[in-house]
Design a protein around this ligand. Structure first.
Ligand SMILES: Cc1cc2nc3c(=O)[nH]c(=O)nc-3n(C[C@H](O)[C@H](O)[C@H](O)COP(=O)(O)OP(=O)(O)OC[C@H]3O[C@@H](n4cnc5c(N)ncnc54)[C@H](O)[C@@H]3O)c2cc1C
Length: 361
């Protein structure tokens, strides 16, 4: 009998695992379940896509034909809602049940809900999925950069992480004035950035026309006319065209909630614990990508970056076919920000200012 592989999540970790499995086990049945309607696309490319620097063809990384050509069954717009690892069974939102021999959880994260912005309705933006990116692009069609708007266009951005940075840069690129609210006294709640690098970041924003306000956050946000009215915790009032929130992600572990009560399951709202082979505590279940958490020196650590998701997808896929590959690298990646480079290495952020900049480096 061919082995039945089931992968929950059609992001880069899940897709890499599916393709690795196929390469190592030509006979196996490989099923990729994706809550999204699109084949694999690059989340990393979404900011540039929104800014118009890349076309959709640069964002899409697979076609439906690619999956078919590799003999991977791609179930799109479908969601795992229950799991029964003892009986090797997954329940889907459509009501179908799937039996598997090996399961990979590669369900990544979803944006943390921002309830305050709910009333801003069509003027509230997030950036996690291709659909979010399309919404932003649609919005900017009415606000062409350098267009004839006879009043200031303002976006309020809230958050203290990478997506908030991306959103601030996007709105500046589209010629919006940007007010950036960071809840804590320093970016990343000061956890991952020392005062010197924080100072560099703030200087970069200042130089690029972003007004950063620390220690305050949006307490109320309501639709007003064709924009939004914002009141902050400290009593500031700002009228803006729109608001964008980058307030972090939560891991998609809810479909495992029926079994997470057991302390041995290793399932938490922050992710699923795996060993160095990306194996979970559940029989024949692996996890990879943003949803996986490794334990180092007794501390649980997740990652949220593309290259780690690729690497973990490859290792998990290999091990699901009987391999014994182990994960040994730390987390390291960088992003561009207004010409500077933000380097993230093992939970520390360093800022390299643009070359020739007086900001130091
Ligand atoms: C705007 C943006 C910019 C980024 N920029 C960078 C960057 O510059 N550099 C970098 O390294 N990283 C960057 N990242 C992070 C990087 O994209 C992620 O770390 C990576 O995509 C994680 O891949 P994944 O496969 O683990 O999870 P995801 O890409 O989150 O994929 C998980 C998939 O599983 C689906 N899913 C969830 N639950 C279920 C379920 N129950 N049933 C079925 N499917 C389900 C989700 O809908 C999703 O499609 C960025 C992310 C964003 C959003």
């Amino acid at each position: 009998m061919p082995k039945r592989y089931c992968i929950i999540g059609g992001g880069v970790a899940g897709t890499t695992a599916a393709e690795t499995i196929r390469a190592r086990d030509p006979e196996g049945e490989v099923l990729l379940v994706s809550a999204e309607s699109h084949p694999l696309y690059s989340r990393v490319a979404l900011p540039a896509y929104v800014m118009g620097e890349l076309g959709r063809e640069n964002v899409m990384m697979r076609t439906l034909r690619d999956y078919a050509a590799r003999g991977i069954r791609f179930l799109s717009s479908e969601r795992a809602v229950t799991a029964d690892p003892e009986n090797h069974r997954i329940g889907l939102a459509s009501g179908a049940a799937l039996d598997y021999d090996a399961l990979l959880v590669a369900s990544g994260g979803r944006l943390r809900e921002w309830r305050t912005g709910a009333q801003a309705d069509g003027r509230m933006f997030r950036l996690q999925t291709l659909d979010d990116a399309e919404r932003l692009r649609e919005f900017f069609k009415n606000y062409p950069a350098g267009g004839s708007a006879d009043r200031t266009r303002r976006a309020v951005v809230i958050g203290g992480g990478l997506i908030a940075l991306e959103l601030a840069e996007i709105f500046r690129a589209k010629k919006f004035d940007v007010t950036f609210f960071v809840r804590g006294a320093r970016f990343w709640d000061g956890k991952w950035i020392d005062p010197e690098d924080h100072g560099r970041l703030v200087a970069i924003w200042g130089k690029n026309g972003i007004e950063a306000i620390f220690g305050d956050t949006v307490a109320e946000c309501v639709a007003r006319g064709d924009g939004v009215m914002i009141r902050t915790k400290n009593g500031r009032e700002i009228a803006a065209d729109c608001v964008a929130a980058g307030i972090g992600i939560e891991r998609n572990t809810d479909f495992l909630s029926g079994i997470s009560g057991s302390p041995a399951s290793g399932i938490f709202s922050e992710g699923i614990i795996v060993n160095e082979h990306l194996k979970t505590a559940m029989p024949d279940v692996w996890a990879a990508g943003d949803v996986a958490q490794c334990v180092e020196n007794g501390v649980r650590r997740g990652s949220a970056n593309w290259s780690t998701a690729v690497l973990q997808g490859r290792i998990a896929g290999a091990n699901m076919t009987g391999g014994e590959e182990a994960l040994r690298v730390g987390t390291r990646y960088s992003i561009g920000h207004f010409g500077a480079v933000l380097k993230l290495e093992d939970d520390r952020a360093r800022i390299e200012p643009p070359k020739g900049s007086p900001l130091g480096g």
